[in-house]
Ligand binder design. Structure first.
Ligand SMILES: [Zn+2]
Length: 347
């Protein structure tokens, strides 16, 4: 790993203003949530009379189901005229070409004699909309089926956090940026929002070990804390890394064991939000917790967050050389992985 990866630009304006109220987050979504709509070509034909619409649709749904067009409504009404989509087609293909080789379009249309106008080509969306913005764009081409997802709409519109949640996340980000400024190195922090505590903090320490990037350092802190809890060993007061700031009072949690006892030891009142099991199993690293990073993680660190089951990852500064959440790749969207965290970046 190049030593440059560890260079942290503390002169960046980001690190000069630590007022947490100014810190706003943007959800990172997969490209297919962009407003841009991809198109494809279909054959369409006008239904010559509105009274034929139902019978034509019924007939074609049976004879020419067009499985690749399930995201479209079969009929488009435009200025009093009705058009029906027949099948998907490549732009250079003849109008009679049908995707299913067992079906002859001429034979099918023979059963609709006098009910359809000539076949023409039209551009339609090539998949169903995922967001309301996409739905609006798709509908300009052809009516589409749309089932809005509340959570997706919140993410797209940057309206995912309540005021209370946002304030907590802002505080955590301000804290990790403070750490970074203090040490002149990338920093990381694990937060348990359900209990409003900082579980662990870590600072890049590659001078001690080449793998001790900030993320690896904080995951190691969490692992260490759980080993201590698991062994029922009282942690060294000097190692107490839990800090919170609830109701204006500085809280120092009484050590790693407390987190384990209340959250992983069988009585988790905040199970729904923290995602931890309530069956007495030991906690597993960052399950249900949020990770705040002053800098976008490298592939190793991004994968470490996958393996440690982080719930959400918030980062401040992009890392154009090796960043693995937005800059060079997007580990969080790899379908082959068995865990995916939501990513937010500082705006
Ligand atoms: Zn790293």
């Amino acid at each position: 790993m190049s030593s440059r990866v560890g260079v942290h630009n503390v002169n960046d304006p980001l690190f000069q203003s630590m007022s947490s109220d100014n810190l706003m987050f943007v959800a990172i979504l997969e490209k297919n949530y962009d407003v841009h709509v991809e198109k494809c070509w279909v054959q369409i034909a006008e239904i010559v009379s509105s009274k034929n619409v139902s019978s034509v649709v019924r007939y074609l749904n049976q004879k020419l189901p067009a499985p690749k067009l399930q995201h479209l409504k079969r009929v488009k009404q435009d200025k009093g005229r009705f058009w029906i989509a027949l099948d998907i087609i490549e732009p250079e293909e003849p109008l009679e070409k049908i995707q299913c080789p067992a079906i002859c379009l001429t034979d099918v249309l023979a059963g609709l004699s006098g009910k359809l106008g000539p076949i023409i080509k039209a551009e339609v969306p090539n998949r169903g909309p995922l967001t309301r913005a996409q739905f609006i764009e798709c509908s300009k081409l052809w009516p589409v089926n749309f089932h809005p997802e509340k959570n997706v709409e919140k993410l797209v519109s940057n309206n995912v956090f309540s005021d209370e949640e946002l304030q907590w996340h802002q505080k955590m980000m301000a804290r990790v940026l403070d750490l970074s400024r203090e040490h002149g190195q990338p920093s990381a922090l694990v937060s348990d929002h359900s209990r409003e505590i900082v579980v662990a903090e870590g600072v890049d320490d590659r001078k001690s070990h080449p793998l001790l990037h900030a993320t690896m350092a904080v995951v190691e802190e969490v692992a260490k804390s759980q080993r201590i809890s698991s062994a029922n060993v009282e942690s060294d007061p000097e190692d107490r890394i839990y800090r919170g700031d609830k109701n204006g009072e500085k809280l120092i949690a009484s050590g790693v064991a407390e987190v384990y006892d209340k959250c992983g030891g069988g009585e988790c009142k905040a199970e729904a939000s923290c995602g931890r099991d309530n069956d007495g199993e030991k906690p597993y690293l960052c399950t249900g917790w949020d990770v705040f990073l002053s800098r976008e993680p490298c592939p190793m660190c991004a994968m470490a967050l996958v393996h440690s089951r982080a719930r959400r990852v918030f980062f401040a500064q992009a890392n154009s050389q090796v960043g693995s959440l937005v800059s060079c790749c997007q580990v969080q969207f790899l379908k082959s992985l068995n865990h995916h965290y939501q990513v937010f970046r500082l705006r």
